[in-house]
Write a protein that binds this ligand. Structure first.
Ligand SMILES: [Zn+2]
Length: 382
């Protein structure tokens, strides 16, 4: 094929060139885009090869077996490509956008995974909308849109998957060589959020204590290397501290209640929305066992991005702060995704310049970007 010869030559020229001349921002984006397009071509061609059955001539039992031998790629990788290639036949908008370089393999794979008997029809109807989201949203946000879409298109399937995740929870802690202990944990989204939230809170306490200790010891602001514990050591001590606090808790102590955020009326989707504070989408059914132990927070989005927090008895003064956290969810810097819990609510128009302390003038910034903001204005996202 002439075109393959040309491609090989062009790639040869790229390989022979000094790649540091491609190391500017624009070239990096272009390279990724072209890589995505080539990936799309490889996948559609592979799917055509798969259905042609030509691989059988070598005695291979499947296209995947043939490909794994000829390319020396893991079976997992070749199966993934073939599976996506087969799904593309039913996803013409996705295919077109991938070939154009507007989507890349991870987005395409995520959409292809949505398709089953229960969702087929809805996917055909909504494919254009979904692709539009994939072209504009960061991957994390796109995944969330897909999770909500699945809940609406296949509510039963979403509940089944949530139940399977809950069944898969597992943990062990075993004594091993030399009396050391090894552990592993796997949690469903809600249990994981409860544990991770408390670990994070305690870790933060220990970090502040280490920081104070180092400042006392050195007589100046310490750097991270001056602290007496490494992050791993501090995390281990966090679990020890959790155990000590648990053992010292009185049976009559009130159990703290985990906090779930339920958002309604998010304008992109016009439907019920149910997710944890850090953004994990929950199936409504998975909330049910926790209803008596949880604080359900209801927020209403209405254009443009306005959030009204209701029924929030615990934090009367913090309502505005919370509404910004719920709306932004992450550091609002375009090149950052630190979670709301470790961000500060910052005035867009600074307070000293007359900026109001309102939802509209608030945004989340992590510590790093808060400091950076005071040095220079944030760049616009491309
Ligand atoms: Zn940030």
């Amino acid at each position: 094929m002439l075109v393959l010869q040309e491609l090989t030559e062009v790639i040869g020229r790229l390989v022979d060139s000094d790649t540091s001349t491609l190391a500017d921002a624009e070239s990096i984006v272009t390279l990724h885009r072209q890589l995505a397009r080539l990936d799309a071509v490889v996948t559609t061609a592979t799917a055509a090869f798969d259905s042609s059955g030509d691989w059988a001539a070598d005695g291979a039992q499947s296209c995947a077996a043939w490909l794994a031998t000829r390319t020396r790629l893991p079976k997992r990788a070749v199966r993934r490509r073939i599976r996506i290639g087969r799904q593309l036949r039913h996803l013409p908008v996705v295919e077109r956008s991938w070939l154009a370089g507007d989507l890349a393999e991870p987005q395409v794979a995520a959409v292809a995974e949505l398709r089953n008997d229960a969702t087929e029809e809805a996917l055909q109807r909504d494919e254009e909308f979904i692709v539009e989201q994939g072209k504009t949203l960061r991957f994390q946000d796109f995944s969330r849109v897909l999770a909500y879409w699945t809940q609406r298109a296949d509510p039963g399937g979403a509940e089944d998957r949530a139940e399977a995740q809950r069944q898969d929870r597992d943990a062990y802690l075993d004594e091993s060589f030399g009396g050391m202990w090894f552990g592993k944990q796997m949690f469903d989204p809600i249990s994981g959020a409860i544990v991770a939230g408390e670990v994070e809170r305690l870790y933060d306490e220990l970090f502040k204590a280490d920081w104070e200790e180092a400042r006392e010891r050195l007589g100046r602001d310490p750097s991270v290397n001056d602290l007496r514990r490494t992050p791993g050591q501090r995390r281990a001590d966090t679990f020890v501290e959790m155990a000590i606090r648990s053992a010292s808790m009185l049976p009559t102590s009130r159990r703290p209640r985990p906090l779930f955020t339920v958002m309604v009326g998010y304008e992109t989707l016009h439907g019920p929305i149910c997710e944890l504070a850090q953004g994990t989408v929950l199936s409504p059914g998975s909330l049910v066992p926790w209803l008596t132990a949880a604080v359900i927070e209801r927020a209403v989005f209405s254009p443009p991005n306005r959030v009204d927090v209701s029924e929030r008895t615990r934090l009367f003064t913090g309502g505005t702060r919370r509404s910004v956290q719920v709306r932004d969810r992450r550091c609002s810097h375009p090149y950052c995704d630190r979670r709301a819990e470790i961000c500060e609510v910052d005035h867009i128009l600074p307070y000293f310049a007359g900026g109001a302390t309102t939802q509209e003038n608030g945004r989340l910034l992590c510590g790093f970007h808060n400091r950076l903001r005071n040095q220079r204005p944030p760049p616009e996202a491309a």
